[in-house]
Design a protein around this ligand. Sequence first.
Ligand code: HEM
Length: 227
Amino acid sequence: MKRKNDGPALPGEGDTDYARYMRTDALLDLQRSPAEVIHRDELLFQVTHQSTELWLKLAASELAEAIARVEAGEPASAESLLTRATLAVRLVTDQLDMLGHLQPADFQAMQPALGNGSGAESPGWRQTQTACRKLGLAFTALLADRGTDLAALYARDPSDPLFRLAEAMVEFDDRVSNWRVRHYKIAIRVGSHGVIGTAGSPSNMLAKLIDYRFFPELWQQRASTLA
Ligand code: HEM
């Protein structure tokens, strides 16, 4: 039997099996070194963005599997996977708070290091958004397959797996909107992008996006059940 101090059992780079499996050497080398940075807050900025990309990689993967389960007619397992993706969005929302510790002058000072980069180019958010659109289509197709529609679904038993999936989709939508609220406020607080509220300004665009919904028909159906 292998003892703890026998040394690493796995192949690969790193002194320990933890380092080899988690690829910590490569991971911790992905941030600009103190010698490279033009401002020390670049580490805070990169860690927040890079960890966001990792959580969204997981979210997009769980969403892709959730779509496959919906297509296979398994709404209950799709709901569990979607719940994981929702939690990933909650976690990336919380970590936006770290960026609130950037002073506008410090953020401005690091701008040359960022080139023309924008979070709008985030691969994690792009994949998540694409997956959400596919999930909406797969859900609509499943409703049709089962010979039902949203009005009938929302009039039925709340423990119905299809209903629970619909509500999990609403929750996901809501959490993305919460991310956008927090992101908008952080962008204002860091104050790097022009006059607040000017028509056509980036902050105006971010404020408008807060109301965007991936599954608007679900929100309409819920609202239509009001007396
Ligand atoms: C200091 C922190 C941040 C500031 C000042 C900021 C600022 C902005 C601004 C001004 C825009 C509008 C488009 C543009 O002008 O580029 C934008 C869009 C965007 N940013 Fe950020 N951002 C910050 C952090 C983040 C983080 C951590 C992420 C996560 C990857 C992110 C993701 C996005 C996305 C996805 C958009 C497109 C709009 C949307 O889908 O809501 N941003 N950001």
